[in-house]
Ligand binder design. Sequence first.
Ligand code: WTA
Length: 571
Amino acid sequence: MDMQPIPAREGNHNLQDYQQKRKNFHWEEVKENFSWSKTGKVNAAYEAIDRHAEDPAKKDKVALIYSAPDREEKLTFNQLKNQSNQFANVLNKEGVQKGDRVFLFMPRSPEFYACFFGILKVGAIAGPLFEAFMEQAVRDRLEDSEASMLITTPELLERVPHNELPNLEKIVLVGDFTEASNKYVDYFKEMDQASEAFDIEWVDLEDGMLLHYTSGSTGKPKGVYHVHNAMIQHYATGDWVIDLKEDDIYWCTADPGWVTGTSYGIFAPWLHGVTNVIRGGRFTPDSWYETLDKQNVTVWYSAPTAFRKLVSAGADVVHKYDLSSLRHVMSVGEPLNPEVITWGVDAFKLRIHDTWWMTETGAMLIVNYPCMDIRPGSMGKPIPGVEAAIVDNEGNELPPNQMGNLAIKKGWPSMMRAIWKNPGKYESYFINGWYVSGDSAYMDEDGYFWFQGRLDDVINTSGERVGPFEVESKLIEHPAVAEAGVIGKPDPERGEIIKAFITLNEGYKASDELVEDIRQFVKTGLSAHAAPREIEVKETIPKTRSGKIMRRLLKSWELGLPTGDTSTLEE
Ligand code: WTA
């Protein structure tokens, strides 16, 4: 669809300022916004929370509004400072040291955020896990990271195979439990006894802060390692793109188990000392509109999959709510359909600003500033301090309008610093000085970038990144399944759905019951979002002579496309 550009409005920065910064800007300029630029003492938890708590004008400002069907709570910056100090003392008592990996596996709650900052305050590395993960997903991540501590709830404990994780020394339980073991730490009891005073562990900007596991097309999920230095870009994009102002009420819908939920659900708003809404519970169009209305949300960051659900809920639902506080809306995670932008203009009288980035990049890279004209369907333009290009497979830049690899010149502040325990994988991202994203795109004559698709087999279902290998591995654990190949199949609401092709072991016959049983097996073993929506039983699965599943061929068959080069296909 060819649509007219949607004109800009003024934000914190005007177009002239953006253009000037694109020509002449150094990240050093952002540093003066942090107290460490004066004191030399670094810790992102201090910058996000304690700094505001020590400011008499901000101390009692509401930092967090927690809203869930069964619980409403507000915490000021001072309360969040005190609670995270208490938890840092608990961690110290339990022997957690700088550089240790402490994982969080629990639903969003005020306790989650106190724990998160407590971890940073002792200099440890936080590993947030999405609460919907089942045993295999939890095990893979705790095993690879060699986490020494896990914070979870009694309800989720059954998904933690803790006797099979030799490095896992302690489990902090947030909630009532009866099992007696010196492995368990009672969160509420320990917090009661812990002091609210704590001496923060000062770190280096290059010290570890976060480990986010994400999927590629091969192998198990990999640990993307981020350092405290990332805060520079979280802060800058909070100003340039999220357009945060002192009195904003900000809401980012992402769970902290995904990178958006930490970079933009935690750091960007709190580095700016802005009130941050955290919503618990499940998504329904009504509950989301209700949150916008009731909390008077002014700035909202969400995802195409959610917007599409709101579109299908229809205009009647929108008009039940007062959304007049809302002034700025952004999107990330998958292509933002031009139709959805049109709907946003209609429903909210606002433009939805697309942003592009990845777990590995740590923060936004290609965006639509409030001051830019939006070309519906385009991800926008690179932020200042970031050089983006379309390159060929050797890392040579391609001219405008030519499709290729979307690549970023190495070295922006929030770039991942390692793939945990996998230097070879880390190196493989970089070609000729460029970080190669795995996305294909082109750039038009005016410098707008247009997303075209993934170049690998990674599936993006409802904005969540799923590796086919992980799903295939789980499928073949089912006694009936001999072989499996998994692809993403285009879907109007979810972007893609997961489709699995399987062959059966001898003695099993294809039936609806069996297929459903296999689906449930993945759902309860790995996670609900990784369970294939469609499973097709085949006689054989196409493989290369070296035994690799030819997902590309499965996809072509599924979509009725030409099959291309099949010379490596096994007889
Ligand atoms: C996709 C999420 C189109 C892309 C922050 C990328 C997008 C992957 C957009 C990263 C966008 C993200 N338009 N596609 N605006 N934003 N993607 O690591 O394929 O969960 O490589 O990070 O999502 O997903 P991840």
